[in-house]
Ligand binder design. Structure first.
Ligand code: HEC
Ligand code: HEC
Length: 287
């Protein structure tokens, strides 16, 4: 009996120690203060093309999926193990005290105005955005009507805590994943070209990996399928025609199946001719 009791006490202590360690490490990362990288972007924001910003927000970079059509914040996840997670309200109601530079640092480096890392905002997916495009998104965010509502108080469940502490959920603390000394990407002219396709495809790498070979999506929901290999030069089933068909129908010419979430078929459907041709010009050369 004494042995059983000792094992039991030992187990309780071990579990308590693990839980304590996970909480401690999580909170330490959550509270860590970052030095804010220098950015000057206000002048570009004043000059920027708001329509271009809207396109980046709603189609090219999919901000709309987490922040919503009115920018007041959309549901991302509601799950006891993962957490209760919504995008922030990024209408002027919530960002009135943020400078353009504060907003730029949030999007580009994952750093909150208060210096902490944002939580569950995939800023590393936006590392490939040029300064002009970033200014355009900020101009758009500034232009929408204020929605008077506090941002949802996000909470994170035990699995999110464990994954984040184990380094398996980069999106939890994006500021840790980004090189704060790195400047902005150059943007090629918009056209149906390899260069512009490569620029646009920087929004695919968060899931399809930087070499486009796909695989399990880092920090993704365990129920998601792995991202496909999109080095389309490897697949005889892909031609310019079948690629365009795939974008319209959301159906893979390789397997004939409808592509499953989180592949953002609803966003790709809205790509225009130039964007689609550019993506094809780039992806079809990859092997
Ligand atoms: C996967 C979901 C997701 C996507 C996609 C996303 N965001 Fe966010 N974003 C969030 C979450 C969650 C927060 C809240 C972070 C926090 O409070 O720590 C946030 C915070 C922000 C903030 C800081 C505001 C605040 O109060 O914290 C800005 C600005 C922002 N996002 C802009 C954008 C823009 C612009 C895009 C597209 C280029 C984008 N986001 C794409 C989830 C997302
Ligand atoms: C949020 C994650 C995510 C993003 C972002 C994403 N994809 Fe995907 N993609 C997936 C997943 C997951 C699959 C596999 C779906 C399946 O197996 O049903 C997929 C499948 C595909 C396929 C099908 C390949 C085949 O086997 O026929 C193509 C093509 C593709 N993606 C292109 C893109 C392009 C181009 C972009 C960027 C503009 C992009 N994806 C962005 C997750 C993503």
């Amino acid at each position: 009996m004494k042995i059983v009791r000792n094992i039991f006490i030992g187990l309780v202590i071990t579990i308590a120690a693990i839980v304590g360690f996970v909480k401690f490490t999580f909170n330490k990362k959550a509270d860590r203060q970052f030095v804010k990288p220098e950015i000057q972007i206000h002048e570009e924001v004043i000059q920027a093309d708001i329509e271009l910003g809207k396109r980046i927000y709603s189609v090219r970079n999919g901000c709309i999926d987490c922040h919503g059509a009115d920018l007041s914040g959309a549901l991302i996840m509601e799950d006891p193990a993962m957490g209760s997670i919504h995008g922030a309200n990024i209408t002027p109601y919530n960002l009135k005290d943020w400078t353009d530079e504060d907003i730029a640092r949030a999007i580009r480096y994952g750093i909150h105005k208060e210096g902490r890392s944002l939580r569950f905002m995939p800023s590393f997916d936006f590392e490939g955005i040029s300064k002009g495009d970033l200014a355009a998104v900020i101009a758009y965010v500034r232009s929408v009507p204020a929605v008077e509502k506090e941002s949802h108080q996000n909470t994170f469940g035990p699995i999110s805590h464990i994954l984040a502490v184990a380094g398996k959920m980069p999106v939890m603390f994006p500021a840790f994943e980004i090189d704060h000394a790195k400047g902005f990407a150059e943007k090629p002219a918009e056209g149906p070209t390899y260069e512009f396709g490569k620029y646009l495809a920087s929004s695919c790498v968060g899931c399809h990996q930087s070499n486009f070979a796909g695989g399990n999506i880092p920090g993704g929901d365990p129920s998601w399928p792995p991202a496909a290999d999109i080095r389309l030069g490897n697949f005889a089933a892909y031609s310019e025609g079948s690629f365009k068909q795939m974008i319209l129908t959301g159906q893979s010419p390789v397997t004939g199946n409808l592509l499953r979430p989180p592949m953002p078929v609803h966003l790709l459907k809205q790509l225009n001719e130039t964007e689609t041709n550019a993506l094809w010009a780039f992806l079809s050369t990859l092997k």
